[in-house]
Design a protein around this ligand. Structure first.
Ligand code: HEM
Length: 158
């Protein structure tokens, strides 16, 4: 029951995180591209601020539930006298998952903070370049997330 709950929290958090990145990158960004820079950047500032608050929670839940599941499986194997061998797909998920959390923290606490200052000071050129960097790193995180999903969900189907 605990394991199933952890896995549900894990997957729901991933849905919020990956789904939000897909929406922002492929639907919101192109739709606002032709707005005047002040309007576009104020809108993106508001949307990203709300989204990043949700991702802060979702990314920490992903990490905590993932590590907790790993710990439970490892403990059970060791308690029943075996030695725990982490499956390759889990190792890839853990390493890339931690990288994704690190990249998100950089986006939120370095790039978004910079963007926030630019919007407050109405510096639209500098704001545009901060936003472009956010877009770049969100695309990297989306790529890593999709890779983790493919490795995790397609394992054992060859
Ligand atoms: C942050 C570090 C992470 C750790 C330590 C971790 C660990 C785990 C563990 C132990 C499981 C249970 C696997 C099972 O019972 O078969 C799991 C399931 C899963 N994880 Fe992660 N994970 C992490 C990040 C991620 C990320 C970033 C994604 C997707 C982008 C992801 C997607 C999934 C999915 C879809 C499942 C369900 C797999 C299934 O039931 O077939 N995880 N994770």
């Amino acid at each position: 029951m605990i394991y199933a709950t952890l896995k549900t929290v894990h997957v729901l958090s991933i849905i919020v995180w990956i789904g939000g990145m897909v929406f922002t990158h492929f639907f919101l960004r192109p739709a606002v591209a032709n707005l005047d820079p002040p309007v576009r950047m104020r809108l993106m500032h508001d949307v990203l601020g709300r989204f990043f608050r949700a991702v802060l929670v979702a990314s920490l839940l992903t990490l905590a539930s993932g590590v907790w599941m790993l710990g439970r499986v490892a403990k059970q194997v060791v308690q029943s006298g075996g030695s725990f061998q982490m499956p390759l797909a889990w190792t890839i998920m853990t390493v890339l998952g931690i990288a994704m959390v690190g990249i998100f923290m950089y986006i939120r606490f370095v790039l978004y903070k910079r963007f926030d200052r630019c919007v407050a000071a109405a510096e639209w050129t500098a704001g545009g370049s901060a936003l472009a960097k956010i877009r770049y790193w969100v695309a990297i995180n989306l790529g890593l997330g999709v890779l983790v999903l493919l490795v995790t969900l397609l394992r054992g189907t060859a």
